[in-house]
Design a protein around this ligand. Sequence first.
Ligand code: SAH
Length: 466
Amino acid sequence: MDFLPIFLDVREQPCLVVGGGEVAARKTALLLRAGARVTVQAPALHAAFDAALGAARIEHRAASFRDADVIGYALAIAATNDNAVNRAVAAAARARRIPVNVVDQPALCSFIMPSIIDRAPVIVAVSSGGASPVLARLLRARLESLIPAGYGRLAALAAAFRDQVRTRFKPAARRRFWERALQGPIAELAFSGRDAEARKALQEAIDDTRLADPRFSLTGGEVSLIGAGPGDPDLLTFRALRLMQQADVVVYDRLVSPPVLALARLDAERIYAGKERARHTLPQEDINHLLVRLAKAGKRVVRLKGGDPFIFGRGGEEIATLAAEGIPFQVVPGITAAAGCASYAGIPLTHRDYAQSVVFVTGHLQDGSMNLNWPALAQPRQTIVFYMGLLGIDILCRQLVAHGLPAATPAALIQQGTTPQQRVLTGNLDTLPGIVRQSDVHAPTLIIVGEVVRLRDQLKWFEPAA
Ligand code: SAH
């Protein structure tokens, strides 16, 4: 180990930054965030200081650096573009045993500054010991995506209950308590900003007499209804990925792509809940009860749905059953097929000149017909996105024309959008049914109707290379 990692308390401590450029401004801002009193020494200050300082105040000493200027400071940072000045600062500080950092010159430093992930009060620091700052930054980016943005809220929650927990439990039980409390439902409440509920749940956990039993689990018994997006695993949210990696059981349906499913915890049990048109593997009723049963058995259940759970996903029905049974649950939004397919096909859903509104409708056939508000749909300057519309394509094209849209209105079919198998076929309300038959189009396919489809020719370059 070349460096000793420590976290320094600089609150109200005088710190010196030598340099007036953008880098000096960044270092100054960081010191201020940690509560330091900062003196900046430089003939003039770059405009970046205005942005970096906000309402905070610094002392500006507009003089060139002399050896004695470091006296009295708890810490010094040299960030000038003049090597001689940087060396002078380092020498002056080192001679007086004042910790000193010279930006990008590890050889002159008595301490180096890590890349940080700030979830105050939780701070994660990453350093390559000066070997490769870029590598440290890349690692930092990976950690950023792993550590929930609300981690600081969880730490604040733990701090608020620390004394109470210390009084209530002996050391071994206390550790066990925190290990159980800081994962699972209480943590998820804190992450999603439901602070009052998190406090209540934590208080209940502290008061729960069953906690004396080490087998009693605080972490089990919850359901996350997660939007898995339209197919490309890169379109998952950070929260979705985190919950998938903690899951005991994953209940998924047909629209969830294999690469997305592969991201769930390796040893999680996977249950296929089906849903193919006319061949419902599990009736909705059974899915609802399956989720309840698994959660009651103490499992962390992830219910993965294609796209967004609340857009033609029957998410509302599944959580209604959970709510009625008192099972803790959360809903994680996903990228819906309309958003994913449209951007991957180069079709903006709205456009200043072509469409001021967009409607999402189901083209699902019931008893061979489609009961939609056609006059409201067949409006000029409106984009219509049909989900589940493939079987009813003849009806929907005919009805839109019958209610006033020109037969030449452009339309697109996007099959398996955002996946490597994505196909985009374009035509108009007159030609679309024929295209479906000739080109063997199959589900899942999204239909987009409206003038915006024309823009695809200009924006096609945007499509990922096949
Ligand atoms: N909850 C989902 C929609 C479920 S309804 C969402 O928000 O996206 C199922 C319909 O969604 C399919 O019939 C199809 O019209 C559309 N769909 C879902 N994923 C798709 C994809 N990758 N490509 C094209 N259409 C898709």
